[in-house]
Design a protein around this ligand. Sequence first.
Ligand code: FES
Length: 185
Amino acid sequence: MEASRRDFLGVALGGLGAIGALGALYPIVKTLEPSAASSMEGRVEMKLSEVPELGVRVTSWRGKPLFIVHLPEDIEQRFQYPSLKAGAKNSAGKTNKEIIGSHRIFALEGVCTHLGCIPLWKPEGSDAVKAPYFHCPCHGGLYTPWGDVIGGPPPRPLYVPPQKIEGDKLIVDMAIKDGFVKERV
Ligand code: FES
């Protein structure tokens, strides 16, 4: 059931990435995830149990797609990633992985930092990257699951919003000051 749901999301995201137009995307994204997250003005709450391991759920936040990622505990032992693109740091001057740390469920803005397309989640990897990763189909941007750049033209990692875990939920909100991410980077 979860696998077919993931497949559906993967296929749907593939189509959305090809469209690449935010105006066309948002109504569709909202339709995809009507019950997975409650989204108030500037705030998203997602139940941790709603995100299958190695899955990415999609919702919207402040008018942009938001990816909620759930990684397996041993992802770094199981998979080797290509080197990060030199100089592609977030606005804190760090990699996203340095900001997110060991958190396995976290949120990333789903907008390619090259020209704004919607990256696709590739949980099975590919010939080019033999590990789960994000692929931006527009010009071949490649990102790790933490949103760090491993290939293509994106100049910086995917944006990481302020977020925290509270009880059984991941909360994303610009007002969060006590989370594991305290400011948008
Ligand atoms: S918009 Fe993503 S690689 Fe160009």
